[in-house]
Write a protein of this length. Structure first.
Length: 339
């Protein structure tokens, strides 16, 4: 099992450089409320030489497929063939609230989007008439999509961020890898089983398919001390939008933490951010993150490897610590993985 680092935008260069020296395989740039992935990856591409670069994930509603293909080709060329294109639909709040793009029929939208991106990367003019995307528009005799970028790989890997059985099967069918978040080893096993069904639908096995969960990570002598560093991140993500549709809240409920979710949102509604963070169940954090000392982290890494993970992404951005603290997390995880 290889390691990846999930970058923090303002510290992306020192984190990526340290990960490269420690032998990490991949540096992933998230995209969300705080930063886009492309700017971070462009910066890191110029400051590293060996480590792979990936978006985790570029949001499908934010860009037409042509823009995503052109961006992927550009970063791949500038980095000497190190880029991996991670794509995802995000959630209804972001898709509709930020970008004004309907979230309906997400599977069909994702399938068409990936088909156009792959066709554009293969080179040559691209025309496409689907339910969600029409290139060119039917009433226009416009020039078709055609990339003229040079130096990129036409078959550069495409990964999907996916949640839920049907999305996971789609990832297995049309993608080269899966990027997950906040999942337990048992959750990985369930995801891999669905991915395998999608692969089988195309007559493929899991050989060569990347399974990359991104896990919040904090190092301390005890699980409780480490979990304290992650509470703010869990409170932030579990507090986005409607708690009934919020992915992280649904995940916590699935693990049996319904009461903790309700208590957290009660505190949020009262304007008590600290109380909301304290209400996040420690057990939920321990199940879906890497927390504790080097010994415990090494054991949990083995659990994830046994569940089918090919690359484990260390989400140092989640920990409430300094740059030096995040560099320490990377070093501890490298030693734990070596064991």
């Amino acid at each position: 099992m290889k390691l990846a680092v999930n970058l923090l935008a303002r510290e992306a260069v020192p984190l990526a450089e340290a990960a490269e020296e420690l032998g990490y395989d991949l540096a992933l740039a998230p995209e969300g409320y705080r930063n886009d992935a492309v700017s971070v990856l462009g910066l890191v591409a110029g400051r590293t030489r060996r480590i792979g670069l990936g978006s985790a994930v570029m949001q499908i509603p934010a860009r037409p497929p042509a823009a995503a293909a052109l961006t992927a080709a550009t970063i791949d060329a500038l980095s000497g063939g190190r880029f991996r294109l991670g794509l995802g639909l995000s959630n209804p709040d972001v898709s509709e609230g930020w970008y004004g793009v309907p979230f309906d029929r997400p599977l069909g939208r994702t399938r068409e989007y990936v088909e156009i991106v792959r066709a554009a990367l293969r080179g040559g003019p691209v025309t496409y008439q689907g339910e969600h995307f029409q290139l060119p528009l039917a009433d226009r005799a416009a020039a078709p999509l055609h990339l003229y970028a040079e130096g990129y790989r036409p078959d550069l890997p495409v990964y999907l961020g996916a949640v839920g059985p049907r999305n996971l099967r789609l990832a297995g069918e049309i993608a080269d890898g899966w990027i997950g978040v906040f999942t337990s080893p048992d959750g990985v096993r369930e995801a891999v089983a669905e991915i395998a069904r999608g692969r089988a639908a195309r007559g493929l096995t899991l050989d060569g398919f990347e399974v990359i969960p991104s896990l919040p990570t904090a190092v301390a002598d005890t699980v409780e001390e480490a979990a304290e560093q992650l509470r703010g991140q869990y409170r932030y993500l579990m507090g986005i939008g409607d708690p009934e549709t919020n992915f992280y809240c649904r995940l916590a409920r699935g693990f049996g933490f319904e009461e903790g979710v309700e208590r957290m949102h009660e505190r949020l509604a009262a304007g008590d951010q600290a109380g909301a963070a304290a209400a996040v169940p420690t057990e939920f954090i321990a199940m879906t993150a890497l927390v504790g000392d080097e010994d415990r982290i090494a054991g949990r890494m083995k659990d994830y490897a046994d569940a089918g993970v090919t690359t484990l992404s260390i989400m140092v951005s989640a920990a409430a610590t300094t740059l030096e603290g995040r560099l320490g997390i990377l070093r501890t995880c490298a030693k734990a993985a070596a064991r």
